[in-house]
Design a protein around this ligand. Sequence first.
Ligand code: FMN
Length: 306
Amino acid sequence: MKNDLLTVNLAGLKLHSPTALASGILGYTANYLQVIEANGAGALITKSVGVTPRVGYPNPTVVQARDGLINAVGLPNPGINEYTQEITYAKTLLKVPFIVSIYGYSADEYALAAKKATEAGADAVELNVSCPHVQYTGSEIGANPKLLRDVVCKVKAELHKPLIVKLSPNVTDIAELADVAAKAGADALTVINTVRALAIDADTQRPILSNIRGGLSGPAIKPIALRCVYDVFETVKIPILGCGGVSNWRDAAEFLLAGASAVQVGTALATEDLTVFQNINKGLETYLKKKGYRSVKEIVGLSHQN
Ligand SMILES: Cc1cc2nc3c(=O)[nH]c(=O)nc-3n(C[C@H](O)[C@H](O)[C@H](O)COP(=O)(O)O)c2cc1C
């Protein structure tokens, strides 16, 4: 569905709607990504993939919380060498920007996986420097300004496609890390990954997740994510993809007003259904028309005005 009212240009990527599939939710196979595209997503981000295959954690890996999910899936993935075939196939099916999420245990690993993903056809990469539940990667890199700078610089030097960096909320000052990522060469930022969390079963008297600690997602984290987008918008000039608890058009509008140029939708796909993208797009369209705007871009960051 083409609609100029909702079109956004994000670091050179053209999105017909400002709603993208968040990494990790339903996103590995090309055929499934095509179904999500058909439901109105303006861009698709895969589950994170690394240089070598990873099994992930044993069950239970996901637990329902009030107004959200706590997950510690453990980054299961087939490794970039095997996944390149799926990337190449996906590119033959998909029309919207196709973004591969990458993680690594060193700057070299991030760069290698990013290079292979883009050579196989990915339109952009998103660096997962924010997963809160796997040691020596994710937020252990993204929360450390020096490591974050090294990873972003190294990937940027090897990449000829847009580079998106996904930030963690589990830090003292997310704006400071956003600034580090932007100065190191990020073309856009995803704000945020999951919030560190824990679930305990009163009957068994033990933590529920096999990994004990996990990351909270869904409506419960929306106010945190909104605050992070608001803070980052005040500090950096590059586009922001807002992420965290977006379930309907009103949530999406709030993120845009806070400073996001587009939003990502994750948990709502598990708790609602795939029509969430169409519903957000339709709702945003009605909202923009009613308020007299000609482009969704006009409301980005508007809540910062005095
Ligand atoms: C089951 C599950 C798996 C996830 N896997 C990844 C992942 O592989 N890489 C990543 O960057 N984020 C991952 N995330 C985080 C989401 O992309 C998103 O940042 C987070 O869930 C907040 O958005 P939401 O509230 O819309 O779900 C995962 C989230 C969930 C619930």
